[in-house]
Design a protein around this ligand. Structure first.
Ligand code: GUN
Ligand code: ZN
Length: 433
């Protein structure tokens, strides 16, 4: 058994969702501590008390930094790392001009390995300890990311993107090969260490009805798995879906009628929903994944966070790298705040922090393992520097309470705000304070 670790600093714990419980869901201790044993949180509490009770633990004092759960990014495309921030296109043109040519490069497993490592380095530096990622159509793209996460001891969810139409020839599989390759990847990776496989049809425009049915059948064989896809992101896309599936009641029906709607479904974007789609998503208990920097960057629209959460929908938060314009969940929270403002429903910093940690964990159904600092959870932890730039520091110094001191970092912070990161209790990056 390795020696216990005691992290000391400000601590932020959530006992529930601030959307349901208000600010009482959050516990802040200006001199808190987190005791870690064998890669898991053993106890949180007052720093001095924990130190006195556990004198043998190796203490690390983070000073005024804010210790909280690592960020969980619920929808990303790691293969788009190198084309993030590509100019001037909307969704369909953006896919054709930038995304598909880049994803073709993943036919080379060495390139996939290079980007997988680069992506996990970049996200860790931004305080993200778990992502749920799309691969490309190449099974080796999933192997590369799974191997990279496994060697880092990191929790990861990922799947092979399936497409058999409306994509370049070299980026198309078939209904049968999508089923076979996905099934083989499930056998190879699902449940190994901290890794989970996610069944991944890209979206209805790039899958034939036959492919959607094949993946629906695969999901029925593995109902415990998550299934991720895109839903109602842009109006042009929705009009295209209507043409491709003239008999469907709406966009969601193209999934529902092929066995691809369920409680373990993750639907990225979900901006322009019809009343029936909202009702069905709520009824089955699916998760909607909000990708705010992507929605402004690609010009998709304004997600109805307040309305959807109030209606009881399950919602996670995500960058949607590289349609999203940042690897940072801080930037992502800022964009979610701004979209809330444009809709007249600003989000509180407690709600934003909860969404980026426990909320995404609940959406991904990994909240038994990560997302909070509760005893027994895997010790994926970050230390946020609340004065990481002169501009942030001077504003934060005016803050009378935690939320006022933290909000400038949410709005103006980036990887410079990430003082240190622990994955399963092991420090993976840190800066001199
Ligand atoms: N819809 C289908 N594929 C994609 C993608 O890669 N990014 C985004 N933002 N939307 C999509
Ligand atoms: Zn996406």
């Amino acid at each position: 058994m390795s020696r216990d670790t005691l992290l000391l600093g400000q601590t932020l714990c959530f006992d529930g969702s601030p959307f349901e419980l208000g600010l009482g869901a959050a516990r802040h201790d200006a001199r808190g501590g987190i005791l870690i044993r064998n890669g898991r949180v053993l106890e949180t509490g007052h720093g001095a008390a924990l130190r006195a009770a556990h004198p043998q633990a190796q203490a690390e004092d983070l000073g005024d930094a804010l210790l909280c759960a690592g960020f969980i990014d619920a929808h990303v495309h790691y293969p788009q790392t190198a084309i993030i921030a590509s100019w001037g296109k909307r969704l369909i043109d953006w896919l054709d001009s930038y995304t598909f040519p880049e994803e073709m490069r993943f036919a080379d497993p060495a390139y996939a390995q290079e980007i997988a490592g680069r992506y996990l380095d970049l996200t860790a530096a931004h305080g993200t300890t778990t992502v749920c990622s799309y691969g490309t159509i190449h099974p080796a793209s999933v192997d590369a990311l799974m191997e990279a996460a496994q060697s880092r001891g990191q929790r990861l969810l990922a799947g092979k993107t399936c497409m058999d139409r409306n994509a370049p020839a070299h980026l198309r599989d078939t209904p049968q090969s999508a089923y076979d390759d996905s099934k083989a990847l499930i056998g190879r990776w699902h449940g190994q260490d901290r890794l989970s496989y996610v069944i991944t049809p890209r979206f209805s425009p790039t899958s034939s009805p036959g492919q959607l049915s094949a993946l629906g059948a695969l999901w029925a064989e593995h109902p415990d798995l998550l299934m991720q896809t895109h839903l109602s992101e842009q109006l042009d896309e929705i009009a295209w879906v209507r043409k491709l599936f003239p008999d469907a009641r709406d966009y969601l029906d193209t999934y529902e009628s092929h066995g691809l709607l369920g409680a373990n479904g993750l639907y990225g974007h979900a901006i322009h929903l019809e009343p029936r789609e909202r009702d069905r998503l709520k009824e089955v208990g699916a998760a909607l994944i909000h990708c705010p920097t992507s929605n402004t960057f690609i010009g998709s629209g304004l997600f109805d966070m307040a309305g959807l959460v109030a209606a009881g929908q399950r919602v996670g938060l995500a960058t949607d790298t590289g349609g999203g314009s940042s690897f940072s969940m801080l930037r992502t929270m800022a964009a979610a705040y701004e979209i809330g403002q444009l809709r007249g429903t600003p989000l509180h910093p407690a709600e934003l922090m909860w969404l980026a940690t426990a909320g995404s964990a609940e959406a991904l159904r990994i909240d038994a393992h990560v997302g909070t600092l509760a005893p027994g959870k895997e010790a994926d932890i970050i230390a946020l520097d609340l004065g990481s730039t002169p501009a942030i520091a001077q504003r934060s110094a005016r803050g009378d309470d935690l939320w006022e001191a933290l909000f400038p970092t949410i709005m103006m912070g980036d990887d410079r705000a990430i003082r240190a990161v622990w994955i399963a209790g092991r420090k993976v990056s840190g800066k001199a304070s």
